[in-house]
Structure formats: C-alpha cells, structure tokens
Design a protein around this ligand. Structure first.
Ligand SMILES: Nc1nc2c(ncn2[C@@H]2O[C@H](COP(=O)(O)OP(=O)(O)O)[C@@H](O)[C@H]2O)c(=O)[nH]1
Ligand SMILES: [Mg+2]
Length: 201
C-alpha cells in the first residue's frame, strides 16, 4: 500500500470508546518501549505522528490512525512497564484480550518483540490470545539496528522457537531507525490487505 496521507483519529481509554467505522484495522501490540509507535511512524513515513518515547499516560491509550482513508492503524497500550502493579497488569490484559476478541474490523495483528531479548511471558500470552481469536498476525522483531546481521538471524530463530511459531512462519526483523526491513514488512501487510483496504482473500 502506498501511504498518501495519514492522520490521527482519536485516543480511546476503553473498548467502548472505539470509533464506529467500517475500516479494517491493523493493530500493533507489544511491551511498552518495544517500538510500536516508532514502527507506525516508519511505516507511514512520518516523524512523530504516533507519539514515540512517551511515558505511561499516553501508552495506556488505544490510539487510532487513518491511512489513506482506507485502513486504521491501531497503537495498542503497552505492557510490562517495571512500575505497573498486578492489578494494572490485569486491567491491561482485559482491555487487550477484549479488543482482540470483540473488534470485528480487526484484520491483522502485528506482534512486536524486541530482537535483543527472549520473548516474555506477556509476549507469549499475547500470541496465544491472537491465535485463540483466530486472527491474522505478523511477528515483528524490532530494533534490528542494535545487532549485527548474524545476530539478527540467530535471534529471529530464537524468537520463533520461544513463541512456538509454526515452521512456515517468518519473524520480520525491522529497524524504525534505519528503515531496514520496512519495505519487506509492507509487502507482508499487503499480502493480507489490498490497495483499496479490502480484504485479500
Ligand atoms: N535503535 C532503535 N531504537 C528504537 C527503534 N524503535 C524504537 N526505538 C526507541 O525505543 C524507544 C521506545 O519506542 P516507542 O516507539 O515509543 O515504543 P512503544 O512504547 O512501543 O510505542 C524510543 O526511545 C525509540 O526511539 C529502532 O528500530 N531502533
Ligand atoms: Mg507508544
């Protein structure tokens, strides 16, 4: 998909606030600081439309972005912040799991993990929820610029094993910093969603 224009739509606190729209959604999920907002900016070629590097307040929200008036990108709340209490963690889990299960417009989930680290328990939980909801998904390993090329390949294999991905699944290494892997990731997104925002069956 060629991004001609992109804009912020709204921030939602809970799933009751989600926009009433028929546009298909691509959701970006993963730990706080994994690079969700940076990846959205890299994909749409904007510097800071999705606010990156912002602290907790902002990251609790479900942020909607309009792409060409054709699809929505959804920046989901992060998890695993060191300071988050158990009850907040449960609240996060409820919001995300609920969103994944009830949102009919949701067509594709981008599961982001940091390429430098083993997936966490929360990462695995998110993957399990995505599968249980029978959603399309792409596993993305972020911050690939932090590792050498051979380490990138090794860690993609490690992430695939750790999450228990099917043999034919690929982990997509990307860097929002250097833009490496972004065209390949767009190709993969496009294999799920066509130019006009229709579903690619
Ligand atoms: N080196 C590098 N840093 C990144 C990359 N993506 C994000 N970051 C940094 O990681 C931090 C968190 O990124 P952000 O997009 O806000 O993460 P979010 O909380 O998941 O939305 C910021 O300081 C970003 O600049 C990347 O590809 N490479
Ligand atoms: Mg963010």
């Amino acid at each position: 998909m060629t991004v001609k224009n992109s804009s912020f739509v709204k921030s939602c606190i809970k799933t009751d606030d989600l926009p009433q729209s028929d546009l298909l959604e691509v959701a970006f999920a993963g730990r706080s600081n994994v690079g969700k907002s940076s990846l959205i900016n890299a994909l749409i070629n904007r510097k800071n439309l999705a606010r990156s590097g912002s602290k907790q307040g902002m990251t609790r929200l479900i942020n909607y972005y309009d792409i060409n008036g054709e699809i929505h990108f959804v920046d989901l709340p992060g998890y695993g912040y060191a300071k988050v209490s158990k009850s907040e963690m449960n609240l996060w889990g409820n919001v995300i799991e609920n969103y994944l299960n009830v949102r009919e417009q949701l067509y594709l989930v981008m599961l982001l993990v940091d390429i430098r680290h083993e997936p966490t328990e929360a990462d695995r939980m998110l993957y399990e929820w995505t599968k249980a909801a029978q959603l399309n998904y792409i596993v993305v390993a972020t911050k690939a610029d932090k590792l050498s090329r051979s380490q990138v390949n090794q860690n993609c294999v490690m992430i695939k094993k750790n999450l228990g991905l099917p043999e034919d699944r690929k982990v997509f290494p990307v860097s929002a910093e250097t833009k490496k892997g972004i065209p390949e990731l767009w190709d993969e997104i496009d294999s799920y969603i066509m130019e006009d925002g229709e579903i690619n069956d």
